[in-house]
Design a protein around this ligand. Structure first.
Ligand SMILES: Cc1ncc(COP(=O)(O)O)c(C=O)c1O
Ligand SMILES: [Zn+2]
Length: 365
């Protein structure tokens, strides 16, 4: 675990690797992982030295398939879907949980606190069970029943908090302060999103640098930030000669990233309920990193309506045989808008990670 250090994203002060410390001792900023070795061409750099000792449930290497009907309907040259919902607990979060729980285990954690809209909580609970760690997971009380069931069956203690997604975060932070617990927040810790770099490596191993655009849902930005860093490593090691444009999709009801990109005055007070629970994040702590990542790839942000989530959920299921959760199908609603507005030209090659299974949440009609 000596191949990296942490660096404050605000004041650039270096810090020792840590799970318990989430903020810079000087300015309170969050950390990024900085490697003390060069990028390699065939695998992402990870903070874990011995990959054979990773706390794994078989995550990663998800299928990459062509969505031919949707591709033709949208007028694209190719449309690739990375089936992240085929992960051990049904969402892409498993990639991050494997890294975060391994780091926790190796740094001596035995019990931790986490807050989540449901998928990350379910995922971390499973990986905690496998690593022998005790998890306390805070979720909104209206989180999908399948996600709440997962958290409990994996043996975590579930704290259901009335109110918004932010209320669950606030309750988790209060619990940590009251109990002097370790807050292994997947959003604040820099380790979780390191697991997402492999998505880019897997796409490139299959398609080289053919992809023009990646369209994906953005809440706290772990998938976006990890995938962009993965592409950056591949670029730096000379494997690819260009990086696709990354377009972040948010529900119109909760749009801090899109608003910031477009210079719109929007605050968390403007947030409204949305069926896209995984991206109902009104105050993403890594907002400035998210904006930088999108801008440096010449990407954009786009909002989608609640109706379009339902339309695309049934469209994907009935035309492609893919049952994804409403948060995930937002990427397709966003893609359609980006094509209509000319941001994504017809004839482009596009990749969409399908982040979570539809099996966990009741259908809304
Ligand atoms: C299914 C699904 N997709 C996308 C996201 C957004 O991920 P991130 O918060 O890393 O941007 C989430 C987050 O909970 C999710 O559950
Ligand atoms: Zn700092």
């Amino acid at each position: 675990m000596t191949k990296h250090q942490l660096r404050c994203i605000d004041c650039a002060t270096p810090h020792e690797p840590s799970i318990a410390d989430l903020n810079c001792h000087h300015c309170g900023g969050l950390f990024s992982v900085e490697y003390l070795e060069l990028p390699s061409s065939n695998k992402p750099r990870l903070p874990i030295t011995d990959i054979s000792l990773i706390n794994s449930l078989g995550e990663g290497e998800t299928p990459l398939i062509c969505l031919e009907d949707t591709c033709e309907e949208l007028g694209l040259e190719s449309l690739w879907a990375k089936l992240e919902f085929m992960s051990p607990t049904g969402s892409f979060k498993d990639r991050g949980s494997a890294i975060l729980t391994t780091m926790g285990r190796d740094l001596g954690v035995t019990e931790f606190v986490e807050d989540s809209s449901g998928n990350a909580g379910a995922s971390l609970s499973a990986y905690a069970a496998s690593a022998g760690l005790k998890a306390n997971v805070f979720t909104p009380s209206n989180a999908a029943t399948g996600k709440l069931d997962q958290i409990q069956i994996y043996g975590a203690t579930l704290h259901k908090i009335a109110g918004s997604r932010q209320a669950a975060t606030d309750a988790a932070e209060q619990y940590v302060a009251d109990n002097n617990s370790i807050y292994m927040s997947h959003n604040l810790s820099p380790y979780f999103s390191e697991g997402m770099k492999a998505v880019s490596f897997e796409v490139v191993a299959f398609l080289d640098d053919a992809i023009d655009h990646v369209v994906l849902p953005v809440g706290n930005g772990s998938l976006l930030l990890g995938m962009v860093r993965g592409y950056q490593e591949l670029f730096d090691s000379g494997v690819i000669s260009r990086i696709p444009s990354f377009h972040g999709v948010q529900a119109f009801s909760v749009r801090p990233v899109v608003a910031a990109l477009n210079g719109e005055a929007w605050t968390h007070h403007d947030a409204r309920p949305t069926g896209a629970s995984g991206i109902a994040v009104s105050k993403p702590p890594r907002l400035s990193e998210i904006l930088d990542a999108i801008r440096c790839t010449n990407g954009t942000g786009v909002t989608v309506s609640e109706d379009s989530l339902l339309t695309w959920q049934s469209r994907l299921a009935s035309s492609e045989g893919i049952f994804a959760e409403r948060t995930s199908v937002g990427a397709f609603a966003g893609l359609e808008k980006l094509i209509e507005s000319g941001v994504i030209a017809s004839g482009s090659k596009v990749c969409v990670p399908i982040t979570g299974t539809g099996l966990k949440e009741p259908l809304e009609t």
